[in-house]
Design a protein around this ligand. Sequence first.
Ligand SMILES: CNc1ncnc2c1ncn2[C@@H]1O[C@H](COP(=O)(O)OP(=O)(O)OP(=O)(O)O)[C@@H](O)[C@H]1O
Length: 165
Amino acid sequence: MVMAIREVDWQHWHGEMPATLMFVVQEGKVLLIEKLRGIGKGKVNGPGGKIDPGETPEQCVVRECQEELHITPLDPVKMGELCFAMSDIPDIHCHVFMATRYEGVPTATEEAIPLWTDLDQIPYDRMWEDDRCWLAGMLAGRKFFGRFIFEGETMLWHELDWQAH
Ligand SMILES: CNc1ncnc2c1ncn2[C@@H]1O[C@H](COP(=O)(O)OP(=O)(O)OP(=O)(O)O)[C@@H](O)[C@H]1O
């Protein structure tokens, strides 16, 4: 069977669901989570979630880290944006941040289990497929803009632009 790739008019695309992700990096490790509920339950990802009405992406990513891990990232830096055209859930527009400092102690909650991960041991086989395209480059300090088409959990198409240095 040949699967038709969904046509997406990216010029006029608008992600119905704005969301965020945070990657705290310290001493050669990145703070990932095993996500216990919501979209991508069971997968490894950064902490993050949906932006509430009236919230900025930065406010959201700090709140989500507080809720999911009981930490407050300090001075979040916006690293990129991810546009996900999804097949079975609303399209997601995700704002991705990094931080090198935080307050609090990463703590397991009902939403997430913290996983300090060596930068050279990222468990891509337990993560969303798109992470293979951008996560390593971002952790190396590069800013990006990506567009992806998913059918369920399978990535069918992607396009990634890296900001010039
Ligand atoms: C398709 N490829 C993908 N690759 C990488 N990350 C992805 C992703 N698709 C979704 N994500 C992230 O998953 C979280 C969903 O948000 P989600 O956990 O459902 O939101 P929130 O915590 O607000 O949930 P509840 O409202 O409590 O259920 C959010 O960080 C979002 O950026």
